[in-house]
Design a protein around this ligand. Structure first.
Ligand code: AMP
Length: 146
């Protein structure tokens, strides 16, 4: 059986994803695989009282949010002892961003938290569920202990 060569950790910076990041690092070491940390910066659309989208200076706001996401990924890489990992922040809907990246970069294992910021309110987080159904590779959904 082939070893994993490129492991993708997708994070929304929740405690669930933090745990998944630790597991992803452990697996990357075990398989001597490349590790990429990915964060999807979700589109922000605010509406005024006429339901017209309010976009102050869209490109600038998006770029700032992407930069901030990238900085947070670099800090995460340091926390889990994976300074060599590639950090990537992309704009878009998480499921679409993660699937697109996985296909484009020939990822063979996607690691996610079982839930996101909304925690256990949903039985199985929607991003995790969508990935399990649609990913072109293996998906590991990591649970918090307890
Ligand atoms: P959710 O489906 O939102 O409950 O999230 C489940 C898991 O999907 C999280 O623990 C993350 O690993 C991943 N995830 C959710 N949102 C994002 C995002 N914006 N960017 C990257 N990964 C995400």
């Amino acid at each position: 059986m082939d070893k994993y060569r490129h492991i993708l950790l997708a994070t929304d910076f929740s405690e669930h994803a933090e745990r998944a990041a630790e597991r992803a690092k452990e697996l990357a070491d075990l398989y001597q695989a490349r590790l990429t940390l990915l964060h999807a910066v979700e589109d922000l659309v605010l509406y005024d009282e006429f339901y017209d989208p309010v976009i102050p200076d869209r490109l600038e706001v998006d770029q700032e949010r992407l930069n901030r996401g990238h900085e947070m990924l670099v800090k995460l890489a340091e926390r889990i002892g994976a300074k060599e990992a590639h950090s990537e922040a992309r704009l878009g809907y998480p499921k679409a961003v993660i699937l697109e990246y996985a296909e484009e970069q020939k990822v063979d294992l996607i690691v996610v938290g079982s839930h996101g910021h909304r925690g256990l309110a949903r039985l199985l987080g929607s991003t995790a569920r969508a990935l399990v159904n649609d990913a072109p590779c293996d998906v590991l959904r990591v649970r918090l202990p307890g």
